[in-house]
Write a protein that binds this ligand. Structure first.
Ligand SMILES: C[S@@+](CC[C@H](N)C(=O)[O-])C[C@H]1O[C@@H](n2cnc3c(N)ncnc32)[C@H](O)[C@@H]1O
Length: 507
């Protein structure tokens, strides 16, 4: 039978859980035998309440909801069931010290719903360790605090809590005070019509019990339809178990990230006390003029943005080696347009196709007149040697040589510290390798390569012979990259080198 599906969304971030397989699985996980008290902190039009009613005609439920349309629906559905109490109140406010505790909590909280600046400030004060911009984390923690000892909570939330840097506080809260029973990951389109793109969804089941360090729990992934959630209630669950996560290990991971890898080499590289990119390189974001339409020009080879960006006159390009004395106060010459490395996924080398106005007047604008919009950030790295990794990957991570040019804000610049400059080509190869892609996608499952994630990539030092082999291979590929796009076939030998260093047999 096809699951009944319907989705509504409004300013309350109301993605209603109108998928019977999801509600049925979550209510099964809740284990509601006997007359347990249940909290629904953000009830919508009652998807979970309906499912709970199906197993017990008069469930003992307290439901919060802010939106008056939804409250009206809830009241019309449940006003004659005295054991279901509807509260038109903000679940996150006020902070009562002795609020009621419940045996069970079930919910699908709003993801990133709007909060007034005053409310956000209040929430930040109350939960300084949490990411107050993202409402689901706040709902989760407040709902966990509403549990009686031994009580159980089941939530459906985006999977960003697993690795997102900003959710470190939430992960620590879980690891210190609660036992996670299981987590399930699946695509956001299990809610028909929804496709977040930036994240998948996750069901998490939690018990209010102080865990010991050896505690572990399973993570399930690989479901292709929402109906398969019901398999997880049977012995078939084994085939979806991708790993067990141990609390002692999770606490040791960088920012206590929940790294879900079934590959031993990845777990070992991430958990051993290896150096990290952030220990031996400066990892920084680049420049923005504040008005690229005015200050950025393109070469003839660029075919996109033709209307927005004027063509560069080749006489205006500064061809000097700017790495010798980086002109951080601008250039006093007529050829004052400097090459800038921009985003876009291209391996190893991007030929200079974009040019930024670097006259003294333009710099005055970036630094003074238009300083609110412009980003004259990390200038000590402009015109240096380093590797540029676009903030967002397409299919896999790519890195290209900055080569003494400016780099823009959509790029993370990786600059080996003085003592490690001899590793520049090693890093250039690494950031284009399968090994690096597998590591960063474990550190952060989205396609985001922001500086915080890049810093956490473990560096296993090659021996001298291997370093030489890699540097020579990277030199060969660099020559290719200046002529044409580098493809996977060009990278076979290089990938083998990194596989060997990181102990990866199959990436
Ligand atoms: C993602 S929807 C889920 C609704 C329902 N639990 C379901 O699964 O179908 C989140 C609901 O939370 C409500 N909401 C948003 N902020 C709230 C708050 N601060 N307190 C209580 N409810 C809130 C929204 O109006 C919306 O109905």
């Amino acid at each position: 039978m096809v699951a009944l599906t319907k989705r509504k969304q409004d300013e309350f971030q109301a993605f209603y859980t109108n998928c019977s397989y999801i509600t049925s699985y979550m209510v099964s996980l809740l284990r509601c035998q006997g007359n347990v008290s249940i909290l629904e902190p953000c009830a919508g039009d009652g998807a979970f309440i309906e499912e709970l009613k199906a197993i017990n005609n008069t469930p003992n439920i307290t439901a919060y909801e802010l939106n008056s349309d939804s409250v009206n629906i809830l009241q019309s559905k449940y006003s004659d069931i005295s054991s279901i109490k509807i509260k038109q109140e903000d679940f996150l406010l006020p902070f009562q010290l002795n609020f009621n505790k419940f045996d069970r909590v079930i919910g699908n909280p709003p993801y990133g719903a709007y909060q007034s600046p005053a409310k956000r400030k209040q929430l930040k004060n109350e939960y300084p360790q949490l990411y107050a911009k993202e409402t689901y984390g706040l709902f989760l923690v407040k709902a966990m605090e509403s549990l009686k000892k031994g009580g159980r909570l089941v939530f459906i939330v985006p999977d960003t809590y697993l690795t997102l840097h900003m959710h470190e506080g939430l992960r620590k809260e879980l690891l210190q005070h609660y036992e996670i029973e299981l987590i399930v990951l699946f695509p956001s389109n299990f809610f028909p019509g929804v496709n977040f793109g930036y994240a998948g969804l996750s069901i998490i089941s939690i018990v209010n019990k102080v865990p010991n360090k050896t505690y572990s729990f399973p993570a399930y992934n690989g479901l292709s339809t929402s109906k398969q959630l019901l398999d997880l209630l049977t012995e078939k669950r084994k085939k979806y178990e991708i790993c067990r996560l141990t609390y002692s290990q999770l606490s040791k991971n960088p920012s206590s990230a929940f790294l879900l890898s079934s590959k031993d080499w990845i777990n070992s590289a991430l958990s051993t006390n290896n150096l990290k990119v952030g220990n031996i390189c400066s990892v920084v974001t680049g420049f923005y003029s504040g008005n690229d339409g005015k200050y950025l020009r393109r070469s003839k080879s660029v075919t996109r943005g033709i209307k927005k960006y004027a063509l560069i006159n080749t006489d205006d390009i500064c061809n000097d080696d700017l790495s010798i004395t980086p002109p951080l106060d601008g250039l006093n010459i007529s050829s004052c347009w400097v090459p800038i490395v921009k985003g876009g996924n291209k391996k190893f080398y991007k030929n200079s196709e974009w040019f930024m106005n670097w006259s003294k007047e333009a710099l005055y604008d970036y630094k003074v007149t238009n300083k609110k919009r412009a980003r004259f950030q990390n200038p000590q790295y402009y015109f240096h040697q380093g590797i540029g990794v676009p903030m967002v990957s397409s299919s896999s991570i790519t890195g290209s040589l900055i080569d003494g040019r400016l780099f823009d804000q959509s790029i993370v610049g990786i600059f080996p510290k003085k003592k490690y400059e001899y590793l520049t080509y090693f890093f250039l190869g690494l950031f284009n390798s399968n090994v690096c892609n597998a590591l960063i996608r474990t550190i952060n499952a989205s396609t985001n390569n922001s500086a915080n994630y890049i810093k956490k990539i473990p560096v296993i030092m090659p021996n001298k012979i291997m370093l030489n082999q890699i540097s020579n291979e990277v030199r060969r590929i660099l020559i290719l990259a200046k002529k044409r796009n580098v493809g996977n076939d060009d990278l076979v030998t290089l990938n083998e080198y990194y596989n060997k260093i990181y102990g990866s047999t199959n990436t």
